[in-house]
Write a new protein. Structure first.
Length: 188
């Protein structure tokens, strides 16, 4: 075990976690739970706050909510986290689970994608399954129109580099309509 200049061990640094979640109550609950497991936890509610936290520390783990209030998507956060440190283990949480967003999250650098509600055990297990597994159960749930719309919006957001105006143009909708759709409260 290596000791750094500030007296912490390399293992302690690897247990640093960043949670990007705009639901303050859920973020605090996750934070307390991970701290009980020995993680040092930092919170951010937006892409800008996340960037501020990254300027202060370099976590080995991150949990990112896919749907954040405002114009930035959790996918933009995943992309920025991966650009900051490609070895960071990133788990995406969402109440809007879809194949398209799961694929995009993985392409952008997430190691796993979990549907809410997920707890600390699920998230920690996802960090350890970064290599993938064939043990995942398949579901027969039909896809709703809202889910298909959400998938298409996020797919186009990713294609445009998370540019809201260009995404709205490509989808043939007004920019404010798209912004309202992105700001809607997530399903719990």
């Amino acid at each position: 075990m290596t000791t750094t200049e500030d007296g912490s061990t390399a293992e302690q640094e690897q247990r640093h976690l960043l949670i990007v979640e705009d639901d303050a109550a859920f973020a605090r609950t996750l934070k307390r739970s991970f701290e009980r497991r020995g993680y040092t936890v930092a919170l951010a509610a937006t892409l800008d706050e996340m960037r501020e936290r990254l300027a202060q520390c370099s976590p080995g783990y991150a949990v990112v909510d896919l749907k954040l209030n405002g114009e930035a998507s959790g996918l933009a956060c995943v992309q920025a986290l991966n650009a900051h440190d490609e070895s960071m283990l990133i788990v995406v949480l969402t109440g809007f689970a879809s194949i398209a967003t799961a694929v995009e999250a993985i392409k952008l650098g997430a190691c796993h994608y979990l549907a809410k509600p997920s707890n600390t055990d699920d998230i920690e297990a996802a960090f350890s399954r970064a290599e993938g597994t064939t043990e995942v159960s398949l579901t027969n749930r039909p896809t709703s129109i809202k889910t298909l719309e959400w998938e298409r919006i996020h797919e186009t957001l990713a294609e445009t580099g998370f540019n809201i105006s260009e995404t709205a143009r490509r989808l043939g909708m007004h920019r404010r309509t798209l912004a309202r759709k992105l700001e809607k409260q997530r399903v719990k």
